[in-house]
Design a protein. Structure first.
Lengths: 198, 198
């Protein structure tokens, strides 16, 4: 019997590679977690479907978005707020009934991170395997795999269609505090969106 | 062009799964590092060939075996000695000309471990990607993958044919200090040897 796996999916290169690495071993569903603030999850669905993966949406608690936005305003930078949302998304994915869940966190990521203790706790509390297939890959290996298997568009966050938590958090802050506030809180950051899996 | 990858290979389940995870993305050679103390590397070769992988031996410096054995005697336990040998084997593999190298270290392993800083240093000094594909897998996920893809024999270290460093270090200590010394220094430990990849 093939084990079911839900991969937290943004449509970016990391979560796409995570899915490709595990696809020979699991029955993979790409799962995009969102607060219902924007329709950006549709970009992830388009990539998932063009790559032949099953796709599901995972509804997050809007209260966590509020908490994350407050945290980002207080900190003056997004790291801890995004970490908060990722931990919530992992909890929701772990409750969704898959045998295993995965994400695209890499060895060199500063955020989100999932410690060994957090991983073990998630597994023990939910009876699920948590897998971070890219956590043993450095930036160079990820770049070379991307080049060999994916077509991507890359650019500043505000120009790239994607479905990560940051997009919704930025939208909330833009609506409440204005675009200038977003530019002040979120550092310039190149995002990728996968347009095709080869 | 497919990238070449050398996987440090013992014939056990972890290094076999590491190879299977990366095989769709790299031109994989299973590489068994040894000191030339025993012929145990042939067990790894047999498994590698039956699974259809290319196989190479990697000659380690016998001076490192001497150093590791001294460390194990001084410590009274094998952990640091085995770590020493693994770091040496990674250096040798990194010099062997592959585009990337990998090992079977898992999230929950206490030994060997490769820190993020060690990985980065290895990559920077040798111009090679270092990948630990199982470092994001816990024990449960590894056990379930093993069950679905591998036939294994499992038992106490002294009864299982295998080609890890421990086997050669145990042999050296047995020859120099007697079997009783081996039992005193190495805790009871279940080893696996892969007999077939499905």
């Amino acid at each position: 019997m093939t084990l079911s796996l839900g991969v937290l999916y943004s449509g970016g290169k990391d979560s796409t590679l995570a899915a490709l690495l595990l696809a020979p071993f699991y029955d993979v569903t790409l799962t995009t977690a969102h607060f219902g603030v924007t329709d950006d999850w549709k970009h992830a669905r388009a990539t998932a479907e063009s790559a032949g993966f099953d796709f599901e949406r995972l509804q997050l608690d809007p209260g966590v978005a509020t908490e994350a936005v407050e945290r980002i305003r207080d900190d003056g930078f997004p790291r801890n707020g995004i970490q908060l949302v990722h931990e919530h998304a992992l909890e929701r994915a772990a409750e969704a009934g898959y045998d295993a869940i995965a994400d695209g966190t890499r060895r060199d990521d500063r955020v989100p991170t999932v410690s060994r203790a957090q991983a073990q706790s998630l597994e023990d509390r939910h009876g699920v395997d948590y897998i971070a297939p890219l956590s043993g890959f450095g930036r160079g290996a990820v770049d070379r795999l991307t080049e060999s298997r994916l077509d991507v568009t890359a650019g500043p966050s505000e120009e790239i269609p994607r479905a990560d938590y940051e997009a919704e958090l930025r939208t909330i802050i833009a609506e409440e505090d204005g675009e200038e506030a977003v530019r002040g809180l979120f550092p310039d950051h190149v995002q990728t969106h996968v347009t095709r899996v080869r």
